[in-house]
Design a protein around this ligand. Structure first.
Ligand SMILES: [Cu+2]
Length: 166
């Protein structure tokens, strides 16, 4: 009997632990490979790409950065052969899957850059990620600033060329 009671206590401890896990421990979400390009003179917007892997099904629901007045989650669509960007509220993060924003048709968009982005610098980002039905958790990461000429794919180039369409 005492063994059963002890087992019950362990089970309760595990449940408590799992509850904490379900609340969206940032350790369950890995963010890496964040980068953007150095800004050209007069450029006030920047696109950011990164990778996110969440152990549990989650959703990216917001972004902010101290270097920009505002930031949005964007998707791109082709309309009559012209790439256009739109804000989205949510980017789904399937459990255990590494999601590269650009490959998935998304990027983060920074508006109103407060200072030029210089090659070799970093851009702090705060991502809001909702895990399960819990309210969003905030996770900080940094985007590496690469050369203005750094090559993304052609799609990302289009993204930058059509920034004025916002
Ligand atoms: Cu955009």
């Amino acid at each position: 009997m005492s063994n059963i009671i002890r087992f019950g206590c362990i089970a309760a401890a595990l449940l408590a632990c799992f509850a904490g896990y379900a609340a969206g421990n940032a350790g369950d979400i890995e963010i890496g490979g964040a980068w953007t390009r150095a800004s050209a003179p007069g450029q006030e917007t920047a696109g950011v790409d990164l990778n996110i892997t969440s152990k549990q099904a989650a959703a990216l629901v917001g972004v902010s950065s101290p270097v920009a007045k505002t930031a949005e989650l964007h998707t791109m669509t082709s309309e009559n052969g012209v790439m256009k960007m739109h804000e989205v509220n949510t980017i789904e993060l399937p459990a255990g899957k590494s999601v590269n924003l650009r490959e998935s048709g998304y990027h983060l968009m920074l508006f109103g850059l407060k200072a030029p982005l210089k090659e070799g610098g970093t851009v702090p980002l705060t991502l809001s990620i909702r895990v399960g039905k819990q309210g969003p958790v905030k996770i900080n990461t940094k985007a590496e600033v690469r050369a203005l000429t750094a090559t993304g794919d052609a799609t990302h180039e289009a993204d930058h060329q059509h920034m004025h369409m916002h």
